[in-house]
Design a protein. Structure first.
Length: 175
């Protein structure tokens, strides 16, 4: 039985380092801040229970993302329909940036995330991990428990589906 204090300290370190990125990842998947907080906390609870059972975590980042991914997919399967939140990124803009460019960035972000939310969860998760969170193919494969070739092919199909979704939507702001 491992030392509880040592396990708690390890989880606290991981929490400090990965809490916000995991929360953002989950939020991008489910668009519900309160539920994303709950799933983020549950991710760390699962990790704590895992190491408390004397199991070693060699790569905490990929372990935590895989755990968060699995919890999120379970949540998505249970919750239908997914509620849409139009703005969920907190972005600090350069004060010198023009108001027009801020509006354009926010509009294109909303359009992108609306299109992403219509994709099936496998496409959504691989696109978020590879293109938004910038994980490598290998890290993404570990997080999703897929082969690297599945990551590549699913990403390719997902990007085509996303492109199709964005082009069929036209101008969602009526300009």
């Amino acid at each position: 039985m491992p030392d509880k204090t040592m396990c708690q300290n390890r989880i606290i370190e991981w929490y400090d380092e990965y809490n916000l990125p995991l929360f953002k990842y989950i939020l991008k998947m489910i668009k519900d801040a309160g539920q994303a907080e709950d799933l983020t906390q549950e991710t760390f609870i699962k990790a704590y229970q895992y190491i408390l059972n004397d199991k070693e975590i060699t790569y905490p980042k990929t372990f935590l993302y895989r755990t968060a991914h699995n919890l999120t997919i379970d949540f998505i399967r249970k919750k239908v329909p997914i509620q849409m939140v139009t703005e969920f990124f907190t972005r600090q803009e350069d004060p010198a940036t023009s108001v027009e460019s801020i509006v354009e960035i926010k509009e294109s972000s909303v359009e992108l995330y609306q299109a992403l939310s219509t994709l099936k969860p496998t496409y959504r998760s691989v696109i978020i991990l590879r293109k938004i969170d910038e994980f490598s193919v290998k890290e993404t494969a570990q997080i999703l428990s897929w082969s690297e070739s599945k990551v590549k092919s699913t990403l390719s199909r997902g990007m085509k589906a996303l492109e199709k979704e964005m082009s069929k939507g036209g101008d969602i702001f009526g300009e």
